[in-house]
Design a protein around this ligand. Structure first.
Ligand SMILES: [Zn+2]
Length: 316
C-alpha cells in the first residue's frame, strides 16, 4: 500500500508558549521516530501549499469568523476566543495550511497517488465549531475535508471515526442534521468539552447518524477494541461509506499526561488494523487519517509510527 504523509514546516510556526501541551515538538517527535526507523522513506510525502483560488474553509466556517481570527492574529493578540487557544504571528497561516493539507490528502487518494494518507498537521480541529475556536482548535479540518469530498468528488456517504480522548463537539454539531456524514466518537465522559453523551444521536434527518461511545476514566485496550471490533465495524459496513476519515487523537494513550485512559501503543495498532480493514471492505481502502490530540511525546510518536506502519502494509 502507498501511504501519503502530509506535513509542513509551517505547522511548527504556530507557537503556543512553553507551557502549552499542543506544541510544535509533537510533530517533531513523530517525524524523528519515522526517520529513525526508516519508515519515513517508505511513505509518499506531500508538502501542502495554500490553494489560493478557492477558499475551502468556507465549506464550514463563515467569512465573519475567518476574518475575526485573521484580525486577532494581525493585531498581535495572544489568544483567540478562548484562553486554551493561544495564537502567534503564523497561526492563521498554519490553520489554513492544515485545511489545505487535509484536502490534499483527499486529492492524492482520489487521484490514485496513494491508497491512504495521514495528515500530520497542527493546529488540530475537532473542537472547532462553525464560529468559535476552542480546545486548541481553530478550523475543523476533518469537517472541511468531509464537505470537500462530498462537493468535489460527489461522495454520498462519509464516515468520520474520532478516537481522540475528548469528544469532537465541533464535528458532531456541524453534521448532526446530516445523514450523509456519520460521526462516530469514542471518548472519556464526563470530560472536556462536556458533550458526547450516548443519547446525542443527531437531529432531524441526521437522527441515528451521530454515534457516541462515552467511556469511563481508565478505559484501556479491551474496552476500546471491543467497541471498535464488535459495534463500530458493523455500523460502518452497513452504512457503506465512500471514504473513511479518522480524527486521530492519541491522548487516550496510557502515557498521556491528561487523558486518564490506558490505551497502549499496541491497542492503537489493533484499532488501526480494523479501520483499515473497514476501508478495504467498504471503499477500496480510501482512508484519510488526520491528527488531533496526543500530548505524551513518546506515546504520540510510538502510536503514530505504528498507525503508519499498519496503514502502509499490504492488506491481508
Ligand atoms: Zn484530545
Amino acid at each position: 500500500m502507498i501511504t501519503g504523509f502530509i506535513t509542513s514546516d509551517t505547522y511548527l510556526k504556530h507557537k503556543t508558549g512553553s507551557e502549552h501541551p499542543e506544541s510544535p515538538q509533537r510533530l517533531e517527535a513523530i517525524i524523528n521516530s519515522l526517520k529513525s526507523s526508516g519508515l519515513w522513506d517508505q511513505l509518499y510525502h506531500i508538502n501542502p501549499t495554500i490553494q489560493g483560488e478557492t477558499n475551502y474553509v468556507n465549506l464550514v466556517h463563515p467569512m465573519s469568523y475567518q476574518k475575526r481570527f485573521q484580525d486577532a492574529v494581525d493585531m498581535g493578540d495572544t489568544f483567540f476566543n478562548s484562553s486554551d487557544n493561544p495564537i502567534s504571528n503564523d497561526t492563521y497561516m498554519a490553520a489554513n495550511l492544515a485545511v489545505s493539507g487535509t484536502i490534499q490528502g483527499i486529492n492524492t487518494i482520489m487521484n490514485g497517488q496513494c491508497n491512504n494518507a495521514f495528515a500530520t498537521i497542527r493546529p488540530p480541529g475537532h473542537h472547532a465549531e462553525e464560529s468559535s475556536a476552542m480546545g486548541f482548535c481553530f478550523f475543523n479540518n476533518v469537517a472541511i475535508a468531509a464537505r470537500y469530498a462530498k462537493s468535489i468528488y460527489n461522495m454520498d456517504r462519509i464516515v468520520i471515526i474520532d478516537f481522540d480522548v475528548h469528544h469532537g463537539n465541533g464535528t458532531q454539531h456541524i453534521f448532526e442534521d446530516d445523514p450523509s456524514v456519520m460521526y462516530i466518537s469514542l471518548h472519556r465522559f464526563p470530560f472536556y468539552p462536556g458533550t458526547g453523551a450516548e443519547d446525542e444521536i443527531g437531529r432531524n434527518d441526521g437522527r441515528g447518524y451521530t454515534i457516541n461511545y462515552p467511556l469511563s476514566v481508565h478505559a484501556g485496550d479491551d474496552v476500546y477494541l471491543d467497541i471498535v471490533n464488535n459495534s463500530i465495524a458493523d455500523k460502518v459496513l452497513s452504512y457503506r461509506p465512500d471514504l473513511i476519515i479518522l480524527s486521530s487523537g492519541f491522548d487516550a494513550h496510557e502515557l498521556d499526561p491528561s487523558g486518564g485512559m490506558n490505551v497502549t501503543t499496541n491497542g492503537f495498532n489493533q484499532m488501526t488494523s480494523t479501520f483499515k480493514q473497514l476501508a478495504d471492505s467498504s471503499c477500496n481502502g480510501r482512508l484519510l487519517s488526520v491528527l488531533e490530540g496526543g500530548y505524551s511525546l513518546k506515546g504520540l510518536a510510538d502510536s503514530v509510527h505504528g498507525h503508519l506502519k499498519i496503514l502502509s502494509e499490504e492488506s491481508s
